[in-house]
Ligand binder design. Sequence first.
Ligand SMILES: O=C(O)CCC(=O)C(=O)O
Length: 281
Amino acid sequence: MKTLTKEQYDFYVEHGYLHLPGVVPEHVLDLVRGVLSRWVDRLADTWTADGLITDTREDLDFWRRLVVLWADAGNPKYSRSPRKEVVEPDTHRALSDPALLDVAEDLLGTDEISVHGVFNVRPKLPSQHWTNTPWHQDAQYRGISPHVHVPTFWFPLQDVDEDYSCLGVEPGYHNGKLFEPYEDETGFLGISPEDRKQFKGHPVRMKAGDLLCFTSLTPHHAYSNQTDRVRWSLDVRYQATDSIDPEIEQETIGFVARSNDPGRLESFDQWYAKGWKERGW
Ligand SMILES: O=C(O)CCC(=O)C(=O)O
C-alpha cells in the first residue's frame, strides 16, 4: 500500500466507500479554486456581454460572488457541472496530483493509472433544486462501466454537512446490481423512488482537504445547499489504464497520469488534443 492502511482498504472493499480526512493537499485546493474563479470571471463576462449585469462584483469573495452575480443577472441558466469549460493546465495538474494518484494506486492495485474523462466541478448555488444531485450510481451514466473498477474521488473546497450539501452514501450495494436509470425531475439520472425505498442514507460530513472515494455502483446523492454561499466541489474518477475500453474512452477523453513507462504519460497538451476542443460538452 502506498498511502492507505489495510483497515482503510478493507473498509472500502466492505462498504463501497471510504472517507479519508486531510489527504487533499492545500495546493490542490488552491489550483481548483483558481480554475473555478476563472470560470466565474468568464461567466460574469458573458452575462455582461448579454446585458444581464453591469457590475462583475470583483469585490466579493469566492463563496458569495456567483450567488450575487446570478441574482443580479436574473437567475439565468448556467452549467451545473462544468467540464469542458474548465479543461486547462491547472485542472490537469490537480487531477494528476501524486496525493490523489497514491490513493488511486492503492484502490486499483496498479501504478498504471488513467484519469477518467468524466470529471466535474460543481458550483452549487443555495436552494437550487436543479443542482440537487439525486440518488444515483455513477455507472448509470454513459461512459462509466459497471464492470470495471472506476472509483470516484469527490472533495469539497469548504467544510460540508447536511445543510451545506455534503454527500450521502448507501453502503452495501456496491457488489450488487446496476439499478434501472430513472429520469429525475432535476434532469439528472438516478435511482427510482421505488428502488431507493430501503435506503437509510449515511451523510458524510467533510472538511476542506478530506476525500471521499466510492465505487461506480455505490448509491449516493447530495443534500441541498441551505446556506447563502456556493458549495464548490470536484469529482473525478480513476481507472487502471489497461482496463480502458477504447470505444468508451473516445467518448469520455481521459489521460494517462501515472506509468512506469514515461513515454505513456499524457501532458495537458496531449490530453487537450484528444478532442476537447471539438466536443460539445
Ligand atoms: O457533488 C455533487 O453534488 C454530486 C457528486 C456526484 O454525484 C458524483 O461525483 O458522482
